[in-house]
Ligand binder design. Structure first.
Ligand code: 3UK
Length: 527
């Protein structure tokens, strides 16, 4: 009989012998939830029993292909049921799934294959053309399975995952893992340097469900979750896999890139009760004209993460959809959200309060705690923090200090205990000797009714002194003009300390962003 976790208030009791896939998937069959719907993707609905059978077949196929426990399996998959089956099947078999961003270049994938030494790759057909050119140069890869997606695509003559599943039907003997074994990796992309593989353990998934999803989001068996943030991102993995599967709820998946129209259609037709997105998406949805009510008939809460949610977006969403967006900060290293707003206690413009079970501290340059109202570097401690970065002693030493993880973010805590984002430690600007948070300037610019979004970087002026410059995306790009630029400068000057206003405004059609929606300010510097 399998050993499962027991969630006990804010604590998770984990047996030493523990496999996360049994806890998230097989447990539901034993507890009588086999017929409940686990996943609804673009093509079909899958019960917990269906998903468990698929995961077992994938695990057996991996073993048959020569994948051994502890070896990595790279997943470059669009959001379909195949992600769940492969991620959980690999974990159950003791292998280590490594989901990667689906928006990278062939060169990036070559690096990730080399760094992870993945033995097997499971790739969606639509993404196969980006992987195919680099497969031959991988020294470790033994096999490739191509997963059919609703978007379609070639397989280069490689075996299809569906065929492998058919050929390997049958029960999978779970690997005898323990709670502290490495279960999966997630690559963390900084604004500089190569991505680093964050090593996550079997225990980490259930901890994020027990500390954040159940008490804060309030997720329960009857919920239907739709996350526009994709499964390869730690945020999406929690939203669409860990959290619903932790309680026997349902995840709605969409393979294509989310657009305001596609998200609005899903909110209406699939009736999710919980929606998860990133601020840019919430903003672009709000920029569309309100439709016939009700636009989101079942929605009771949304979450936002990845970057800070500007206050006006939260307020606009509440006004239009009748429920709140819970902004929270998480990271790949901590796996999910550790400071968050919560239902009935939302303070827009802040990240909320620490999620019980996580400890956070704000410190100055010498590591001393800063008082309330003063910016400090954010450190966090909690049971879902990754063990280390793979094969990168230097970056591990710089980030993980005993039980504490340095996030690289600057935050300020107010007297009521709410935490407000003040930028990345590395993006802060010194203007006239005073720190300016580009984020603060961006928020001010973006609160102008003509602006969709903005990014602010430092640029040297005629004196060689750094001043803020704003790159601005307008809701109606054709409205760009000198007059509007002057108006935006005045608008910011009225709202912030005058030295913070952007000395230059450049109108652009879009901002350079990481696949997970973060503005790449470094690409705008010197621009
Ligand atoms: C920034 C935020 C302000 C912050 C993530 C939820 O974003 C996630 O992980 P990443 O590793 O990036 C982490 C960094 O992103 N950030 C995230 N959320 C917020 N800044 N307000 C926010 N609400 O710089 C952080 O250090 O890509 C988010 C769950 C899991 C995640 N991995």
């Amino acid at each position: 009989m399998a050993d499962f976790s027991r969630i006990d208030g804010r604590t998770v009791r984990l047996p030493r012998s523990y496999n996360a896939a049994l806890d998230l998937l097989d447990r539901h069959l034993l507890e009588g939830r086999g017929d409940r719907i686990a996943v609804v993707d673009d093509r079909a609905s899958y019960s917990y029993a269906d998903l468990a059978r698929r995961a077992d077949a994938v695990g057996r196929a991996l073993r048959a292909a020569g994948v051994e426990p502890e070896q990595r399996v790279m997943l470059c998959l669009l959001d379909t049921v195949d992600f769940h089956a492969t991620f959980l099947g690999a974990i159950k078999a003791g292998a280590v799934p490594v989901p990667v961003n689906t928006l990278l270049t062939p060169e990036d994938y070559a690096y990730l294959l080399e760094d992870s030494r993945a033995r097997l790759l499971v790739v969606s057909d639509a993404l196969f053309p980006k992987l195919e050119p680099v497969l031959a140069q991988s020294r470790f890869l033994k096999a490739v399975f191509v997963a059919s997606s609703p978007l379609g695509g070639p397989d280069g003559g490689r075996p299809r995952l569906d065929a492998a599943i058919e050929a390997h039907r049958g029960p999978l003997e779970p690997a005898p893992t323990c709670a502290d074994d490495v279960a999966f990796w997630l690559y963390s992309s900084g604004s500089t340097g190569r991505p680093k593989g964050a090593l996550h353990l079997h225990s980490h998934l259930v901890w994020t469900a027990a500390l954040y999803a159940q008490p804060i989001l309030g997720i329960r068996e009857s919920d239907v979750v739709f996350s526009a943030a994709k499964l390869f991102f730690a945020y999406g993995l929690g939203n669409s896999l860990t959290f619903p599967l932790s309680v026997g709820a349902t995840a709605v998946l969409a393979a294509a890139r989310p657009t305001p129209a596609s998200v609005l259609r899903i909110l209406k037709e699939r009736r999710p009760t919980i929606f998860c997105g990133v601020p840019t998406l919430f903003a672009s949805i709000l920029a569309t004209p309100a439709g016939e009510a009700p636009e989101a008939p079942a929605l009771r809460a949304s979450s936002s993460a990845g970057e800070a949610l500007p206050r006006h977006i939260g307020e606009g969403w509440r006004a239009r959809f009748g429920s709140d967006i819970l902004d929270g900060i998480g990271s790949t290293e901590l796996l999910h959200i550790f400071i968050s707003n919560r239902p009935g206690d939302v303070r827009y413009g802040t990240s909320g309060k620490p999620v019980p079970g996580y400890d956070v501290k704000l410190v100055d340059e010498s590591g001393e705690p800063v008082p309330d109202g003063v910016e400090g570097s954010l450190w966090v401690r909690g049971p879902s923090a990754c063990a280390a970065y793979w094969n990168n002693r230097e970056r591990s030493l710089a980030t993980f200090h005993g039980p504490w993880t340095r996030t690289g973010d600057t935050y300020v805590r107010d007297a009521d205990g709410y935490f407000t984002y003040a930028g990345r430690t590395d993006d802060m600007l010194k203007v006239g000797g005073i720190w300016v948070s580009p984020f603060e300037v961006e928020s001010a610019v973006a609160s102008h009714p003509s602006v969709l979004e903005a990014a602010v970087v430092g640029q040297p002026d005629g004196e060689g002194l750094v001043k803020p410059k704003a790159f601005v995306v307008l809701k109606e790009p054709d409205r760009a003009s000198e007059a509007l630029a002057a108006e935006l400068k005045a608008f910011v000057k009225e709202r912030l300390a005058p030295f913070k206003y952007p000395r230059w405004i450049e109108f652009v059609r879009e901002l350079p962003k990481t696949a997970t929606g973060k503005v790449q300010r470094y690409r705008l510097r010197g621009g």
